[in-house]
Write a protein that binds this ligand. Structure first.
Ligand code: SF4
Length: 213
């Protein structure tokens, strides 16, 4: 089993303070390190940035409860990586198929911006997770922060695998596919369109189906 942070993980003082403040303001929210979603035996691992304040930090499931999840789960369903109804709740019955979703940073950061030290500190958990996913053949990094943290977790020099939307990098743990993050900001500004996002997962599906060499 991978190492997992405790509910009151003390490692990042700034994030602990933020989490504690939100526990007081919203005691019915999750407000803790958000655990990954999906089976450790999956062949695909999707890595996001960090829980959104009113999304995963509120609901306790990655990408659940905000716009990023609307686009991600609709796309995963389209390419048969998810089944069931996504209803923005951890108990909506949605299941992932041969896929798992995690984050580079497990606690919600202020303004969606973790520091370099926080990303490095939380990488222990991501690295441990990747290490125990023995069937892994593909990783999807949602955004540069996730890409860089995955590369560092895998011991890959960033200069050898620069982030670019649509880029594919070969690693010892399978192919690493890059996408811009599916945040509302990126989609509102046209940085990422649903078609661009679908194209990434179409390539991932082809890879898992053995059509991509
Ligand atoms: S971000 Fe990660 S390392 Fe930092 S406090 Fe949360 S779980 Fe712990």
């Amino acid at each position: 089993m991978p190492i997992v942070p405790p509910h009151d993980c003390p490692r990042c003082p700034r994030l602990v303070a933020f989490r504690t403040a939100w526990r007081e303001k919203k005691p019915d929210w999750f407000n803790a390190p958000v655990p990954p979603f999906g089976d450790l035996g999956a062949r695909l691992l999707i890595v996001g940035l960090a829980p959104g304040l009113q999304g995963a930090n509120r609901t306790g499931r990655p990408f659940t409860g905000d716009w990023a999840g609307d686009l991600l789960y609709a796309t995963l369903k389209e390419f048969a990586f998810a089944a069931g109804e996504y209803d923005e709740r951890p108990d909506d019955g949605l299941v992932l198929i041969d896929a798992r979703i995690s984050n580079a940073v497990r606690c919600v950061p202020p303004e969606n911006k973790p520091t370099a030290a926080e990303i490095a500190t939380c990488r222990d958990f991501l690295q441990s997770e990747i290490a125990v996913m023995k069937n892994l053949v593909a990783l999807v990094a949602l955004g540069r922060v996730a890409h860089d943290s995955v590369c560092r977790a895998l011991g890959i020099k960033l200069s050898a695998a620069p982030f670019a939307h649509g880029a594919v990098h070969r690693t010892a743990h399978g192919h690493l596919f890059d996408s811009y993050h599916c945040s509302r900001y990126n989609t509102n500004t046209g940085v990422l369109t649903p078609a661009m996002f679908r194209a990434v997962f179409e390539t991932v599906r082809a890879h898992l189906d053995g059509e991509l060499k």
